[in-house]
Design a protein around this ligand. Structure first.
Ligand code: ZN
Length: 239
């Protein structure tokens, strides 16, 4: 693992906040970039541990970065050993590839399914690892995208039609579940950077009501349109 790793964390909310805090303390990480288009709202602060009511209306990434600078010794003093970069915008097809290329690992902690597909497709196209996590109500899951292994689109072929899936806002999220899943994601992020991911080609699901967890192995889907193991686009077109 490089001792100067650069991480892109997509989403600075319930998962992104504890993820950034945990990974900011890791001495082998040199840069964390936070990207999130949202502003701080009062409704979900209970699980967004880098945000507070004092920052209402401000971009989440700016408020999160400010608190990281206050809490993390690596960001203090005359020679900080960590850099926090912020992007108060949405990850899009237009800025995605350029942003991902500037980092060693992209970690998705957003609550938006289209963003997760975009992270997956962009990481696959670039042949770089990614980690995608999510929490709804009492359930969490995480999946590692690793070149040659099944990807997010192998599991969920297409984004669901609008309004066909209950959102985090509609279903609610158990606050402590975010901390638990984010802790596991932080561990997996370090394992990925070491080149030894625990969940490559697998999905980990957690039920916080029963404390049941399942590690489900996935095989790459032969007709996956994004998968890292799929043939390049020019080969597909002539197949
Ligand atoms: Zn795939």
């Amino acid at each position: 693992m490089s001792d100067r790793a650069r991480l892109l964390i997509v989403g600075a909310g319930g998962l992104g906040s504890p993820l950034a805090l945990a990974l900011a303390c890791e001495p082998r990480i040199a840069q964390i970039t936070l990207i999130d288009p949202d502003t701080v709202e009062i409704s979900n602060l209970h699980r967004q541990i880098l945000l507070s009511s004092a920052a209402l209306g401000r971009p989440k990434v700016d408020a999160a970065a400010e608190l990281l600078h206050r809490r993390c010794p690596r960001l203090q003093g005359t020679s900080p050993t960590l850099r926090i970069a912020t992007r108060a915008e949405r990850l899009t097809a237009k800025n995605g590839a350029s942003l991902l290329r500037q980092h060693d690992l992209v970690i998705d902690g957003s609550d938006d399914l289209h963003t997760k597909f975009l992270v997956n497709d962009t990481a696959c196209a670039l042949g770089m690892p990614a980690l995608i996590g999510g929490v709804v109500r009492f359930s969490g899951q995480l999946q590692t995208l690793w070149p040659g292994s099944a990807c997010y689109r192998c599991l969920f072929e297409e984004p669901p039609p609008p309004d066909s899936v209950v959102s985090c806002q509609q279903a609610g999220v158990l606050g402590p579940a975010c901390g638990l899943v984010a802790g596991l994601m932080a561990q997996e992020a370090l394992a990925i950077l070491e080149g030894q991911p625990r969940y490559a080609g697998a999905v980990l699901t957690l039920d916080l009501l029963t404390f049941a967890q399942r590690r489900i192995r996935l095989a790459p889907r032969a007709d996956c349109s994004a998968c890292c193991s799929a043939p390049p686009a020019d080969e597909k077109s002539t197949a």
